[in-house]
Design a protein around this ligand. Structure first.
Ligand code: NA7
Length: 529
């Protein structure tokens, strides 16, 4: 059986950087990736309109300053092919591909207490051992196919946005159903509408949405950013959001109606997360939140001609930004087109999928194609699908049945030498992902280096540190409005999943300091031997 210092699972932004760091220190590392090439999220999500909702100049690695200067991002927010091109370039330049085995899922891993190593198995039956197992498997990588009766009876074609065919799908002249109106639905629906002969959008819950205001990259702004890149990167590292936006400096409840309106006009004109980050009380005060939600709905009402449709598109069942805020590019205007129909599943739920289309309580909608924009088993799905077995033979999926537990979002008691990159209990999805990924990868690498220098072979979160961390993460989350929404943040999109608010809400800056303090104090909360 081949023996390695580490196994890395996943070749997205996380796995590639992890591989680079460990290889740079001369460790022997084997990577596995389910896809046929690198890219992770940006490899799989090739649906029409797939675009990052963090700005291009900040959504990239910060450890390649020369590439920062040389790389040109054509748009303010990058489309999937541009990001994949960047990741491919990095993988080629740093010669990372050769350390990964592609088209290969890791299916099992069990910890051997006698040797302090992980025995890792793949779906192809390979077995190998490694001192460390690093799960760089992403937060949104396990597609969710809803359990709708008759789904296999459908005669037409069906696609999940997160598993979109590499050579695209020709929707011209077709009658298309899109099920789901989260970020993915909202990005893809305008593009699909531009091709389809007829489009039926099946909406279960209207989502809060802000304009993206994507545009070609402004040459002057790009130059100005590049001239201060190092400073921008440092500011991002020290921020709550992992991005260079001004944060938490306005209290909504301190503003009168006219002032607030003017303020929201300003942030709506900037678009994207600029509409969320400036406000201190947006996610803690119902009253503040409702004022913003009302402004947002009025924005929608001004863009959609049919008042009945406009009302259906206004999110009313959860506070603003407590589900992942969606960034739209002409989403609402799409419903002004005569071939686009909005079906309100609250009024007329889907009963079944039949050979000819989607049957709601009202009627059969005959279609040629069904697009499932139904999201992911987020944050835990990619970890619990692997048979990860700890020191007592326990499976991670059993340990996490009532919700994920871990320490710092990095390590799990009973699973020594296992690290999760951007695991639940870390800031991850509430930040610009690449910033959080880099923080985790660097922390893990430094920890492994520290252990190596001391001849330590085993590190494990203590149950006590884990309990305290989980309580702290839960309490912090519960002090906000986030848990009120039936979002993937709380696992509500997956039937039977425990309802726990999973991300860490206090910001990347505070989190980073906490992780650094743990390391500086000799990895308190971990047992090292
Ligand atoms: P999301 O945000 O989880 O959205 C999934 C959508 O699919 C959402 O509107 C769901 O409605 C809907 N859905 C899920 N299951 C069903 C069933 N059974 N019937 C009808 N509608 C359903 O996933 P996305 O892919 O859009 O975005 C995921 C993240 O990727 C995003 O937040 C960004 O961070 C990138 P619901 O709201 O649950 O009622």
């Amino acid at each position: 059986m081949n023996k390695y210092d580490a196994v890395i699972v996943g070749a997205g932004f996380s796995g590639l950087y992890m591989m680079h760091r460990l290889r740079e220190r001369g460790l022997s590392v084997q990577g596995f990736e389910a896809g046929s090439d690198v890219g992770g999220t940006w490899y799989w999500n090739r649906y029409p309109g797939a675009r990052c909702d963090s700005e291009s100049l900040s959504y990239s690695y910060s450890f390649l300053p020369e590439l920062d200067q040389a790389w040109h991002w054509p748009e303010r927010y990058s489309e999937q092919p541009e990001i994949l091109k960047y990741i491919n370039h990095v993988a080629t330049t740093l010669a990372l591909r050769e350390h990964f085995e592609f088209n290969t899922r890791v299916s099992s891993a069990s910890f051997e207490t006698t040797t302090n190593t992980w025995c890792v198995g793949t779906e192809h039956g390979e077995q190998l051992t490694a001192r460390f197992l690093i799960m760089a498997t992403g937060c949104l990588s396990m597609p969710n196919w809803p359990k709708i009766a008759g789904i296999d009876d459908f005669r037409g074609e069906r696609f999940h946005t997160g598993l979109w065919p590499h050579d695209g799908v020709d929707l011209r002249g077709k009658r298309v159903a899109v099920i789901g109106t989260g970020s993915t639905g909202i990005q893809s629906i305008p593009r699909i509408a531009s091709q389809a002969e007829e489009l039926f959008v099946f909406q279960r819950t209207a989502n809060h949405c802000v304009p993206a205001h994507n545009s070609p990259m402004d040459a002057e702004a790009e130059q100005a950013y590049k001239s201060r890149y190092a400073e921008m990167r440092e500011a991002a590292r020290r921020s709550m959001s992992g991005d260079v936006v001004r944060e938490a400096y306005i209290n909504i409840m301190d503003l009168g109606d006219a002032e607030l309106h003017e303020e929201l006009d300003r942030t709506w004109a900037l678009g994207g997360f600029y509409t969320q980050y400036p406000y201190t009380d947006l996610l803690t005060s119902h009253e503040a939140n409702e004022r913003v939600a009302e402004y947002s709905c009025n924005h929608i009402r001004s863009r959609v001609r049919d008042p009945r449709v406009a009302e259906l598109l206004c999110a009313k069942d959860h506070p603003f930004a407590t589900k992942r805020l969606c960034a739209d590019s002409f989403y609402f205007e799409t419903f002004n087109e005569s071939h686009v129909h909005l079906i309100d599943l609250k009024a007329t739920p889907i009963h079944a999928i039949e050979a000819a289309g989607v049957r709601t309580s009202e009627r059969l909608h005959e279609v040629d194609v069904i697009v499932f924009a139904t999201g992911f088993d987020a944050m835990t799905g990619a970890l619990t699908r692997v048979d990860l077995q700890g020191t007592q033979g326990q499976m991670l999926r059993e340990v996490w049945q009532q919700g994920p537990v871990n320490y710092l979002g990095l390590g799990v008691a009973g699973f020594p030498n296992l690290f999760t990159v951007t695991g639940p209990g870390s800031p991850s999805v509430l930040t610009t992902m690449v910033s959080s990924i880099e923080q985790h990868v660097e922390w893990i690498d430094e920890c492994m280096d520290w252990m190596g220098n001391r001849g330590a072979t085993r590190i494990e979160a203590t149950p006590d540190a884990q309990t305290k961390w989980v309580d702290y993460v839960n309490q912090s989350g519960n002090a906000t409005l986030f848990p009120e929404a039936n979002s993937w943040y709380v696992g509500a999109n997956i039937p039977g999943k425990a309802r726990v608010f999973m991300p860490y809400v206090n910001g990347l800056n505070i989190y980073r300091d906490q992780c650094d303090a743990v390391a500086d104090e000799g990895y308190t909360g971990f047992e090292i031997s």
